[in-house]
Design a protein around this ligand. Structure first.
Ligand code: PGA
Length: 231
């Protein structure tokens, strides 16, 4: 999964060196970043003209737990991506305007939470959402608790690209790793398109790729079921 994902990013950067990428954090993309870091160190990948936008960021978090730090240590510092091309939603007033000024997202990679969130768009987030602050659900805080040594230390708030921000990306790749993601991925891609499962909106994205390590993508038939959207 990580190799195919890394190839997709490499293809994107080769086809359009000035690509704008939306990048996730979490456990699922670690193999992706390891592979991209290796290719970048050997000079096989050129990030000089690219721009990278973190999907989300915690609010009120010690620096070492920030997603900016995660992206810097897992990928950016291994590449020649200029510092000025590393964007974080906490650092700008209007992230969507900043993305638009850069030409819009070309490729955005999103993981899925066990409650169906993408980035920090928790269940109930409307499709008409742009970059905004969000309260994190108990499920999300529990899932991220191991990184903080316990639930108490996990922040309650974050700033995140909205669903429309993500849906506006020219291409989206949805990634899921591990048996515990099977149920929610299947609900997101074969169930109703509804704010109760934010990832379900990706069903109507015109250029969605799904990559998993449990073979879901081989069995999945894209539905493009616009008429099934439930508001
Ligand atoms: P994970 O997080 O990659 O750590 O499972 C995914 C997510 O919650 O978006």
């Amino acid at each position: 999964m990580s190799l195919r994902l890394a190839e997709a990013v490499a293809d994107q950067l080769r086809a359009k060196p000035a690509s704008c990428l939306g990048l996730p954090t979490g456990r699922t993309p670690l193999g992706l970043y390891e592979t991209l870091a290796e290719w970048s160190r050997t000079g096989a990948l050129d990030w000089r003209a690219a721009r990278c936008f973190a999907l989300d960021e915690y609010i009120d978090v010690p620096g070492e737990h920030s997603f900016a730090c995660y992206l810097d240590s897992n990928i950016f510092r291994h590449t020649n991506l200029p510092e000025s091309a590393r964007f974080n939603p906490l650092w700008v007033d209007d992230y969507d305007a900043c993305i638009a000024a850069a030409g819009g997202l070309d490729l955005t990679i999103v993981g899925i939470g066990i409650n169906g969130h993408i980035a920090f768009n928790e269940p109930g987030t409307p499709l008409a959402s742009w970059t905004h602050c969000a309260w994190l659900t108990e499920s999300t805080r529990r899932a991220n608790a191991p990184d903080f040594g316990g639930l108490e230390a996990v922040p309650s708030r974050a700033v995140t690209m909205g669903l429309t921000t993500i849906m506006s990306s020219r291409k989206v790749i949805l990634i899921a790793s591990g048996q515990h993601k099977q149920g929610i991925l299947s609900r997101a891609l074969t169930g109703p398109v509804t704010a109760a499962v934010p990832a379900s909106y990706l069903q109507v994205h015109p250029a969605l790729t799904v990559l998993t390590d449990f073979g879901f993508e081989a069995r999945w038939q894209p539905s493009r079921a616009v008429s099934r959207i439930q508001y």
